[in-house]
Design a protein around this ligand. Structure first.
Ligand SMILES: Cc1cc2nc3c(=O)[nH]c(=O)nc-3n(C[C@H](O)[C@H](O)[C@H](O)COP(=O)(O)O)c2cc1C
Length: 364
């Protein structure tokens, strides 16, 4: 008989709410009852009020329970959790049918919650590295063109068109160029970058590698805020695994192209999230803002042309670095109505306006 797969999230939020103790209790209960389980640590699906959210794989799909305290485990198991029975008050059924998830179209977060973040097998089974493989078949300019056409704008706040930034770095000759991921995530209460890094780190690695191919950079750095020790551990391990499997290193997937990646811890100052202070800090200096121009795309890290992009910007790249992988229709990405693009309502909330006077701000 096959082992029953049980999912317990392993990200910072779920762990701070007791996920590790829940996992340990489930393992002990299975041993006590002689039930063969495979405990899989997935990422959080983002419904934090239901964490720790335990899911059980059944013949008809996953059945969820939450929020599960360690002291709930024995009662849940007695009520048939290992068989996916739903008699207990904490049973939630199919979590994807929950209104919070059912109304979402997940792209960057499409794998999060479904996979073990450090499993290359899980990642590749769900389109992982498909974008990189397709990018390797394009010229650097071809990749930049795809990113431009996609309409991707930076997620770090300014919404600057990512393809135009990449074009500048691509067009600036230099012996060494860099890709820098801004993972400082300094704004209070924000955690989307952390979720990506803890729950699907290969996606960021893949996006940065594609960026390197596009602009001719062979070295990347993830500037990570020091308050994210788990993200650091996940990224470090994911980088080791990606290198061992040939997705990073001197000869990516036998293509002859090199790309190396390292994590650097931030200095703990909010200003170090600003890209030029970040570059100063990455160079080992005090995080002070540089005067612009020159732009980092022309004179960035160690004075070399540098792409600085936010985590979510880079993590989105594998989705549409090529036409085949991009959500259809192509223009949907640029459409103000695209549900994943921003949360601006279709009609204007301003009194007297029945609709936006022009496109909503996020579409400009
Ligand atoms: C004070 C200040 C703090 C910032 N903090 C962050 C941050 O934590 N993360 C981030 O991605 N961008 C931050 N930015 C924006 C960056 O300077 C930069 O625009 C961004 O990393 C570019 O990436 P993008 O084009 O992918 O958005 C900050 C800007 C300022 C002025």
């Amino acid at each position: 008989m096959m082992a029953t797969t049980i999912y317990v999230p392993c990200d910072t939020t779920a762990r701070s709410l007791g996920a590790d103790a829940v996992a340990a209790r489930l393992t002990r209960a299975a041993e006590r009852l002689g039930v063969d389980i495979q405990l899989k640590r997935n990422g959080s699906r983002g419904l934090f009020w239901l964490e720790p959210l335990v899911e059980v794989e059944t013949a008809t799909g996953r059945v969820a329970y939450g929020p599960v305290a360690p002291t709930d485990v024995d009662a849940l198991v007695d009520a048939g959790l290992f068989e996916g029975r739903q008699e207990h008050d904490l049973a939630l059924g199919d979590i994807e049918a929950h209104p919070y998830l059912a109304r979402q179209q997940r792209l960057t977060f499409s794998r999060i919650g479904l996979t073990d973040p450090l499993s290359l097998e899980d990642y590749t089974a769900r389109q992982g590295f498909a974008g990189l493989k397709q990018a390797l078949a394009l010229t650097p300019q071809g990749i930049v063109d795809e990113v431009k056409t996609s309409g991707l704008r930076g997620r770090g706040g300014a919404a600057f068109p990512t393809g135009i930034k990449w074009q500048t770095v691509h067009d600036t000759p230099a012996a060494q160029k860099y890709i820098v991921c801004n993972a400082d995530e300094g704004d209070s209460g924000t955690f989307a970058d952390r979720l990506v890094m803890e729950c699907d780190p290969f996606m960021l690695i893949e996006g940065m590698t594609i960026a390197g191919l596009a602009v001719g950079a062979t070295q990347g750095y993830i500037y990570l805020r020091s308050e994210y020790p788990l993200a650091q551990a996940m990224l470090d391990e994911a980088i080791v695994r990606a290198e061992a499997a040939g997705y990073l290193g001197d000869n990516i997937l036998d293509s002859g192209h090199a790309f190396h990646l390292e994590v650097r811890l931030g200095a703990g100052a909010y200003i170090c999230g600003e890209e030029t202070s970040l570059l100063e800090s990455l160079e080992g200096k005090r995080g002070l803002v540089r005067a612009k121009p020159p732009l980092p795309a022309i004179e960035g890290l160690f004075g070399q042309p540098t792409v600085v992009n936010n985590v979510l910007s880079l993590a989105a790249v594998p989705l549409f670095s090529t036409r085949a992988a991009r959500p259809t229709p192509t223009t949907a990405w640029a459409s103000p109505a695209a549900p994943w693009r921003c949360s601006w309502p279709a009609t204007s909330p301003v009194a007297g306006w029945s609709s936006w006077p022009s496109a909503p701000p996020c579409a400009s």
